[in-house]
Design a protein around this ligand. Structure first.
Ligand code: PLP
Length: 381
């Protein structure tokens, strides 16, 4: 199957075996009857497994070209499960520009458990090797990064990971498998905040992991069940439904993202625009090589770098909603320094470009003229 077919049929029964329903039923149950102890039909208890969640997990594995999918109660719960593969004394090399909540989990929870993190700018992949030693067990990559839209060469990082026998995990939330499939580029684990583009409608919080290796999958399934951060059947159904239109939505997100990035680039009040599709983007060539298109996330700064200017712009927007999160059909605007990335100390976040005037847009799938006009009026006021 090709990608657009996989979003609809990948890993699915075309009809449910029980009554022929075309969509998988929402098995809203915590437990399953047994004819004799152990005599069940593959499901015993819904933390361990639920048929609606299994349908979603099979879909996730299919669209990421993996073999095994695991769904969690949030993106952070999925990352948490990956961290539980590690032991005290282990070290992780991570992108330095990453989602603030991932940074918080690493530094405020797992550092206390004796895991050491090195935050490194990975635009030049060779830099990673300076931070690898005998204790390094994992390289954590987010690409494009949140919110600076840096693009990291997954293939190159995976060569480094393989050379040093270190695991590579890629947070594929921003790109989605429509734009890039990290397992095909040598990653061991793909992670998603399915809350974003996979769900696509801003109505679910969920996370996902996808892997190819069976032993790694077994260990992660064990952690998923043992720690218990699973998602419910209703949410599984919603994300499964979201995935069925992922390719259509992403195509429009990319088209609209391009138009918005080009508009902002030519606006006299704008200083910098961060969108990997712009030829001026420092990692444009890598983006062209590894991504099918450039996505709908666009960040920019206003001239003068004043927090109050950025705050005025986001307050004046009418179609873009000022809100955390991204990846839904509707356009959202955020102010990372005071919202999504407030958990990163100012000094640290400014090193990576998250300055006070930075605005992050999740460009939705509305008519793009309306989106551009909305930005125009907000910038004029
Ligand atoms: C790139 C990225 N990774 C992980 C997460 C965490 O996911 P969740 O909010 O579903 O826990 C987010 C949330 O914004 C994100 O943007």
């Amino acid at each position: 199957m090709k990608f657009n077919t996989k979003t609809i049929h990948g890993g699915q029964h075309n009809v449910d075996p029980a009554y022929g329903s075309v969509m998988p039923p929402i098995y809203q149950t915590s437990t399953y009857s047994q004819t004799t102890p152990g005599g069940h039909k593959g499901f015993e208890y819904s933390r361990s497994g639920n048929p609606t969640r299994t349908a979603l997990e099979n879909s996730l594995a299919s669209i990421e070209n993996g073999k095994f999918g695991l769904a969690f109660g949030s993106g952070l719960a999925a990352i948490d499960a990956v961290m539980k593969l590690l032991k005290p004394g282990d070290e992780v090399v991570s992108t330095n520009d990453l989602y603030g909540g991932s940074y918080r989990l690493f530094t405020k929870i797992y550092e206390d458990f004796g895991i050491k993190f090195h935050f490194v700018g990975m635009e030049n992949a060779e830099k990673i090797e300076d931070h690898i030693n005998a204790n390094t067990k994992l390289i954590w990559v987010e690409t494009p990064t949140n919110p600076m839209m840096n693009v990291i060469d997954i293939q190159k990082v995976s060569e480094i990971a393989k050379k040093h026998r270190v695991m590579l995990a890629v947070d594929n939330t921003f790109a989605t498998p429509y734009l890039q499939q990290p397992l095909d580029m040598g990653a061991d684990i793909v992670m998603h905040s399915a809350t974003k583009y996979l769900g696509g409608h801003s109505d679910v919080v969920m996370g996902a992991l996808i892997v190819k290796d069976e032993a790694l999958a077994e260990r992660l399934y064990f952690i998923q069940n043992a720690s218990g951060a699973v998602c419910g059947p209703q949410d599984s159904f919603l994300v499964l439904r979201g995935i069925k239109t992922l390719h259509l939505r992403m195509q429009r997100h990319c088209e609209n993202g391009k138009a918005v990035a080009e508009f902002l680039s030519s606006h006299p009040k704008i200083d910098k625009v961060y969108w990997p599709g712009l030829p001026t983007h420092p990692n444009h060539e890598i983006a062209k090589k590894q991504m099918k298109d450039f996505g709908g996330m666009v960040s920019f700064t206003t001239k003068g770098n004043r927090m109050e200017d950025a705050v005025k712009v986001v307050e004046n927007l009418k179609i873009f909603t000022l809100a955390e999160s991204l990846g839904g059909v509707e356009s959202l605007a955020g102010h990372p320094a005071s919202m999504t990335h407030a958990s990163i100390p100012k000094e640290e976040r400014e090193k990576t470009g998250v300055v006070d005037s930075l605005i992050r847009l999740s460009v939705g799938i509305e008519d793009v003229e309306d989106l551009v006009n909305d930005l125009k009026q907000a910038l004029e006021r």
